[in-house]
Design a binder for this molecule. Structure first.
Ligand code: HEC
Ligand code: HEC
Ligand code: HEC
Ligand code: HEC
Length: 153
């Protein structure tokens, strides 16, 4: 009697562990609605997550990294992934006042504590580099203009 009760508790515990794991091991969706939990002034960005890694040659580690900013190069579909805002915590873009007097690496470090500035840094720096390498004018290739990404839904 006592043993079977212990067994039941164990089974329940295991079931909880597995269901929790299932919640976090989300497969990456094809398109991600970029709407971090703060008020938005611009139309919402619909980010073609799947196309970026299947057609545009972007690697998981180009965008996903750990708490020490080490690229997550071995990430694969189904692995748990933290939202960018977990670490890039401050809402919106960095206000000029917060960056006053800062240059170089110190400036970047401060800038990317703001969620939207970190996103712009990640998205647009790659787009710029890609356009340059492929001899594309700014709005022929990967988008740089605001309304090409903030196309809205
Ligand atoms: C390459 C795509 C891209 C381009 C180009 C871009 N953005 Fe964004 N922007 C984003 C993403 C992604 C976010 C993060 C949205 C989120 O996850 O909530 C964002 C967030 C923002 C935010 C904070 C959220 C809000 O709506 O208030 C502002 C403000 C913003 N962008 C302004 C601009 C402006 C102004 C331009 C042009 C100078 C621009 N963006 C160009 C992708 C882009
Ligand atoms: C071009 C940049 C980029 C690339 C490449 C990329 N991701 Fe992402 N991924 C993102 C962004 C941005 C998000 C949204 C995070 C957020 O909402 O804060 C995301 C979200 C996710 C999520 C969570 C989805 C959700 O709904 O919460 C998973 C899982 C994921 N990515 C896995 C991968 C894997 C695996 C690869 C490589 C095959 C990959 N990503 C490649 C930028 C990228
Ligand atoms: C677990 C924490 C964590 C998560 C989650 C995270 N980052 Fe970061 N990120 C960092 C750290 C730490 C740095 C380095 C900042 C510094 O230099 O102080 C960084 C730096 C950056 C930079 C600046 C790179 C440069 O130019 O120096 C960008 C852009 C960036 N992250 C984008 C993203 C995006 C996009 C996501 C979501 C797909 C994301 N981060 C998720 C911790 C994180
Ligand atoms: C590692 C490089 C890289 C990063 C990082 C990246 N992109 Fe791109 N993106 C590309 C390339 C390459 C293209 C395709 C250019 C072409 O073929 O014309 C593209 C195309 C796009 C397009 C237009 C086509 C489409 O699929 O909608 C949008 C919008 C876009 N990216 C948004 C984003 C956003 C938002 C982010 C950041 C969350 C981001 N990108 C991060 C490389 C990147």
């Amino acid at each position: 009697m006592r043993q079977s009760r212990i067994f039941a508790v164990l089974v329940l515990g295991l079931a909880l562990v597995f269901s929790a794991a299932a919640l976090y091991a989300a497969a990456a969706p094809e398109v991600i609605k970029m709407q971090a939990p703060y008020p938005h002034k611009k139309p919402i960005v619909m980010f073609s997550h799947k196309k970026h890694s299947t057609q545009y040659g972007a690697k998981c580690g180009d965008c996903h990294h750990d708490k020490d900013h080490k690229p997550l190069t071995t990430l694969k579909d189904g692995d748990p992934v933290q939202k960018c805002i977990v670490c890039h915590k401050l809402p919106g873009e960095a206000p000029p006042a917060a960056l006053k007097g800062l240059t170089g690496a110190a400036r970047t470090k401060k800038e990317v504590t703001y969620h939207a500035t970190a996103m712009h840094d990640n998205c647009r720096e790659c787009h710029k580099a890609w356009n340059k390498k492929n001899n594309k004018k700014p709005n022929e290739g990967a988008p740089i203009a605001c309304n090409k990404c903030h196309a809205g839904k």
